[in-house]
Design a protein around this ligand. Structure first.
Ligand code: F6P
Length: 551
């Protein structure tokens, strides 16, 4: 209980100061702040060797940041950061340590959980990943008939899919030429069929990724793929075409995979934080273990920045506090994440799980319902595509949606002037969101362009932009493995900061259980077996209509 007997963060002095400060800030225009302070871009900027955060286009002043930092201190953020890195059981509902940072602890300092240093196990799995990924890449570990395994299929869902899929796509330029990667996650048979239809079983390796090894989608897909392989090559082929990544050796063995072919990870790694573990095996096979380790190096660099940098200059801290500022004081309820890099097009999907599964919570660590908002709704997509879809609402909608604009200065494919056009668009969005265009400016512009007075008057509001809409610009030189590691770790820690301020357990995911439970009770009914559970009339009607349609 960090705020005293069942007190909540919104009752603290630090919070109340922010409430008052918000009243002064809510009508302040960023345009004016930029005009008054020529140093604003430098003041609200954190520059590390490999990346830069420009957060000057936010509705903040020095005072805002000071109040937010005071809030962070009230919530004991520095102590909580230390507790995570130390291996304390900060996932309090599940009584688990939270140690994705151990997976990329490149200095190999001891990290203790229940009195045991976890680093030797982490290093052993990394070594096993290196050995196996190199053997596959070099064609030394072959399929049952001796053919090189060139199709790598990851079967998993949620954290056992989104992270590796995002990273494999982000690093496409680093793929070994003869290797192709595929992902099967959805239980929809289409997902499985569409992948299997393309593949030759003799050349296909399946990696079954499941932390629990009980997830119905993953196990059902894995069984279907196993049958497909056995039908083609026989039962003996399984050992050469299936490996598993899991914390659950017993279930892996039951499934019929030799635990020799299993890569272990641990319950101190949450699913959505697991791409750094053997769940990233497909990444290592695609881009090589050296590149995988560069990604770990980048994440470690961000870990060290997060752990050791004062709060004011700490990128995840600043991003987390800005998120709280908008969510809880301005009541802005969404966040758009826009990477201006085609290879990062799966990043918003990965971050959606990371942020929303972590912080979409309504109970505080004091076992009380929270009396304030927690996670924003996260969405996004690659720029410039999304400028031609949802950006209309971001510029002129009645909701304000803070944006993270992620920009690599150099493209992996410098084709003609494509990248300069892309960059111009990325920067233009941030500037346009901040500045907007007044009604008068819109009117004058139309007049200058030759529109009649009547026409300009009629359209001036439609063509105006309220502006004062916040964005962060996150700049990299190029999205290489190191930069990708930094970027993803940055969001992991930002999410942690939000969770600390909101005083919630960011590391469980109990909210996904009810739907799973109900699906299990509905399945026998759809399969014409009796069920003892009665449903609401809408669900029952839907069951009977669907059964009729499927006859
Ligand atoms: O249903 C949510 C969830 O538990 C996620 O947190 C997790 O990433 C996903 O399912 C997959 O779980 P597993 O890796 O155990 O199959």
């Amino acid at each position: 209980m960090i705020f005293g007997n069942s007190a909540q963060v919104n009752k603290t002095r630090a919070w109340k100061k922010l409430v008052k400060h918000y009243k002064k800030m809510r009508d302040v225009e960023m345009r004016g702040l930029f005009r008054k302070d020529p140093q604003r871009a430098e003041r609200y900027n954190i520059n590390l060797d490999a990346m830069m955060l420009d957060y000057s286009k936010n509705r903040i002043t020095d005072r805002t940041m000071a109040y937010l930092i005071a809030l962070a201190k009230t919530c004991k953020l520095p102590e909580k950061i230390e507790a995570m890195f130390r291996g304390d059981k900060i996932n309090h509902t599940e009584k688990r340590a939270v140690l994705h940072v151990a997976l990329r602890n490149r200095e190999n300092t001891p990290i203790m959980v229940d009195g045991r240093n976890v680093m030797p196990e982490v290093n052993a799995v990394l070594a096993k990943m290196r050995k196996f990924s190199e053997a596959v890449r070099l064609g030394k570990f072959t399929g049952h008939t001796g053919k090189k395994l060139v199709n790598i299929v990851n079967i998993g869902i949620g954290g056992s899919d989104l992270g590796p899929k995002m990273a494999v796509e982000a690093l496409r330029k680093y793929w070994s030429k003869d290797i192709n990667c595929y992902f099967i996650s959805n239980i929809d048979g289409t997902a499985c069929s569409e992948v299997l239809n393309k593949l030759n079983p003799e050349e296909t390796l399946f990696i079954i990724c499941s932390k629990t090894f009980t997830t119905i989608e993953t196990l059902t897909n894995a069984r279907t793929c196993r049958k497909w392989l056995v039908d083609a090559l026989g039962e003996h082929a399984v050992a050469k075409h299936f490996v598993a990544v899991s914390t659950n050796a017993e279930e892996v063995a039951k499934f019929g995979i030799d635990t020799e072919n299993m890569f272990e990870f641990w319950d101190f790694v949450g699913g959505r934080y697991s791409m750094w573990s053997a769940i990233g095996l497909i990444i290592a096979i695609a881009v090589g273990m050296d590149n995988f380790e560069k990604m770990l190096d980048g994440a470690h660099e961000m870990d060290m920045h997060f752990k050791y940098t004062e709060l004011q200059k700490n990128i995840p801290v600043v991003l987390g506090l800005l998120s709280v500022w908008y969510t809880n004081f301005f009541n802005f309820r969404s966040l758009a994440i826009i990477p201006y890099d085609q290879y990062l097009h799966y990043l918003p999907a990965h971050l959606q799980q990371l942020i929303m599964e972590s912080n979409g919570k309504f109970v505080s660590t004091q076992d009380e319902y929270v009396r304030y908002c927690t996670s924003p709704v996260v969405f996004g997509g690659a720029g410039t595509d999304v400028q031609h879809s949802f950006f209309q609402l971001i510029h002129q909608g009645t909701s304000v949606i803070p944006c993270d604009i992620i920009v690599p200065a150099i493209s992996h494919n410098e084709v003609g002037d494509h990248h300069e056009i892309l960059l111009a668009n990325a920067l233009a969005q941030g500037e346009a969101l901040m500045k907007g265009k007044t009604v008068k400016e819109a009117y004058d512009e139309m007049r200058r362009a030759g529109k009649s007075k009547e026409e300009a008057k009629r359209l001036k509001k439609y063509k105006s932009f309220s502006g004062n809409r916040p964005s962060n610009t996150i700049l990299f030189k190029k999205i290489d493995p190191f930069a990708l590691g930094m970027l993803v770790a940055m969001y992991e820690h930002k999410t942690f900061v939000e969770g600390v301020i909101w005083d919630i357990d960011s590391f469980d995911q109990m909210g996904v259980e009810l739907g799973k439970q109900m699906a299990l009770s509905l399945l026998p009914e759809l399969q014409n077996q009796a069920s003892s559970i009665s449903h609401d009339s809408s669900t029952e009607n839907l069951v009977s209509v669907i059964k009729r349609l499927r006859k």
